[in-house]
Each structure stands twice: as C-alpha cells, then as structure tokens.
Design a protein around this ligand. Structure first.
Ligand SMILES: Cc1ncc(COP(=O)(O)OP(=O)(O)O)c(N)n1
Ligand SMILES: Cc1ncsc1CCOP(=O)(O)O
Length: 211
C-alpha cells in the first residue's frame, strides 16, 4: 500500500450514473487523488455493488486504492482495498479479521482523541478527524478545531485524515497542523473542472523530495 498522503477523494452519494461517477473519479485521479472512498448512503444494494465494482476496476487500473464507507460486507464482496468505519459501524478488529492483514482500515474520530487512541490500538491504519469547516455534503457533521491535529500528531503515530468543508483555500493550515490527507467531496465533485480542482488540492502538499 502506498504511503497515505495527499488528496483523498470521497464520493458524494447523490444519485449519479455509474459512468458519470467513474468519469469524475478518473479526472480526480489524473489531478492527483491518491485514495478513493465509495460513500453512498442511498443507492439500492445492486446499484451499490455495480458502482463499487466499476470504481474498483478504474482505481486498480490507475494504481489507486479504493475503500468502501460503512459497508464491510460490500468491501469483502468486491475485494476492495479496505473500509472506512464510523461510530455506527463495525469494530476495526472485526474489519481486520474479515478483510485481512493488508486491508486499509480507516476510522472516523470526529474531535475525539480518546476514540482515536482506541481505534489505533484496534488496528486502524488511519484516523480521520472533522468536520473542520461547514460541509454542504454533511451539514450536521460534528465540528473539530484544526488545533486538534497538532495534539493528534504528537500522540497517535498513525496517518491523519482531515475532512469537512475543505477547499484549496482553507486546506493548507490543516496540512501544516498535521493532516497527512485531505478528504474531499464537494470541492472536487461540484467543481466545473474536476481534474483542475483535484490538482489544486494536490499542490497544497509538499513534494516527495521536500518531505
Ligand atoms: C475520510 C472520512 N472521514 C470521515 C468520514 C465520516 O464517516 P462517518 O462518521 O461514518 O459518517 P458517514 O460518512 O457514514 O456519513 C468519512 N466517510 N470519510
Ligand atoms: C462524510 C463527512 N464527514 C464529515 S464532513 C463529511 C463530508 C465532507 O464533504 P465535503 O468535502 O463536501 O465537505
């Protein structure tokens, strides 16, 4: 698994034809997205399988991992690279047992460092914090203060993902505070040029040589 660093694209979960979804994800990968999460709360099971499989094929061809939000069963069924788990989802240990030692397991920690420590102990590969800014995708998301990332950096020893209302204009300070990845939905999916938008996030990160 490549190092967890850079733009993390999360799909919006709004009704969208599989081909349109794949086209945007492909453009975002061209713009530098290094990890993709299939997040889809509303589609029926057959549509979810079809979309996730289409994205997995695309991501495999581009060498970018695809993980599934919430749904451990779907991740196992399609052979995804991992799963992202929130408060209402299975324990990371269960996900590890089901998906295997190489699976990428991410856990939502909101603004809760104690939860993050537990998740790290339970084998999470990355810890996600947020929402750092108001999110149109998830307007009622719990809010986190960017300063939290500095403490998380010192104590957790795992890659940190920041999410929620992140734009190319407000993302830099989150990276400076300790975020390894910026997870983004609307900043890419709602942009007139998805590839250019992804590139604008990608440019916020130091290059491999300067890290
Ligand atoms: C990278 C990343 N971080 C946080 C979330 C939110 O997960 P969760 O709290 O489970 O909420 P839903 O996504 O299920 O609404 C995420 N999906 N990805
Ligand atoms: C899933 C999720 N969890 C907290 S905010 C959020 C949505 C992020 O989307 P956007 O990048 O459009 O704010």
């Amino acid at each position: 698994m490549s190092r967890l660093f850079g733009l993390y694209l999360v799909t919006p979960g709004t009704p969208m034809a599989p081909a349109d979804l794949a086209a945007i994800v492909e453009r975002a990968i061209r713009g530098g997205a290094r990890l993709v999460q299939y997040r889809d709360k509303d589609a029926d099971p057959a549509t979810r399988i079809a979309k996730a499989e289409a994205l997995l094929g695309l991501c495999r061809a581009r060498g970018v991992p695809l993980i599934v939000n919430d749904d451990l069963g779907l991740a196992a069924r399609i052979g995804a690279d991992g799963v992202h788990l929130g408060r209402d989802d299975p324990d990371p240990r269960l996900a590890r047992a089901r998906l295997g030692p190489d699976a990428l397991i991410g856990v939502s920690c909101y603004a809760d460092l104690a939860r993050a420590l537990d998740a790290a102990t339970a084998g999470a590969d990355y810890l996600a914090f947020g929402s750092f800014f108001r999110s149109t995708t998830k307007p009622n998301a719990l809010r986190a203060d960017p300063a939290l990332l500095r403490g998380a950096r010192k104590t957790l020893g795992r890659p940190l993902v920041a999410i929620g209302g992140i734009t190319p204009d407000n993302g830099g300070p989150l990276i400076a505070a300790g975020a390894d990845m910026l997870a983004v939905v609307s900043g890419v999916f709602d942009a007139p040029d998805c590839e250019a938008a992804a590139r604008a996030y990608t440019r916020l990160f130091p290059t491999e040589d300067s890290r």
